[in-house]
Design a protein around this ligand. Sequence first.
Ligand SMILES: [Zn+2]
Length: 216
Amino acid sequence: MLYIDIHTHKIKCAQNPSLSVLNVFPADISSVSKSKFVTLGIHPWYISEAEANLKTLSEYVFLPNVIAVGETGLDKLRPDFEKQIDVFRAHIRIAQQVHKPLIIHCVRAYQDVTELLLSEKFELPVIFHWFSGSPQLAKQLTDKGWFLSFGQSLFDLESKTVRAFKAVPLEFIFFETDDSDYEISEIYEQAAFLRNCTAENLSDSISKNFQLFFQR
Ligand SMILES: [Zn+2]
């Protein structure tokens, strides 16, 4: 069975068979192998040199191994929210131009992110990475056709994220390691435990989601 890690910051020699999508900051893209699946974008925590990085993003986003734009997004716990909005909007437009999906980092800003995606008429696939919201929020996002990626927070059994995870239809789910120390196989096993199924069942669904996500 195949483990897909939709969002990681670590180049791993993970166990096989696995497919991981490395998150890369524009300034680092030239050092990453062109045989590796990557997503390219400016994290909302690191927007201080956004202009130069947006230029680099525009130059490299066409590479065939860049399968999505991001992570990008909004984080209410960090400064310069107005500038975050400008940088996020620029990512939305770049993704639209090159017809690639978006990987979104969102902290306490789901309303703002949703409004921006709708006002920009973004109709390509979207993944909210490290989803950690309530079941109600999960439903609002998946009702729009957007995907949610779950990771380390699945181990916090009392969390609202776990309740949300149990309720989200499988066709809107991905898994990720982000910058945690978990192996992607451990995330799948935990997810299978929570949903009372096998990791193989999840693997089949996630593989289908991956194909749909990146083939539109
Ligand atoms: Zn990340």
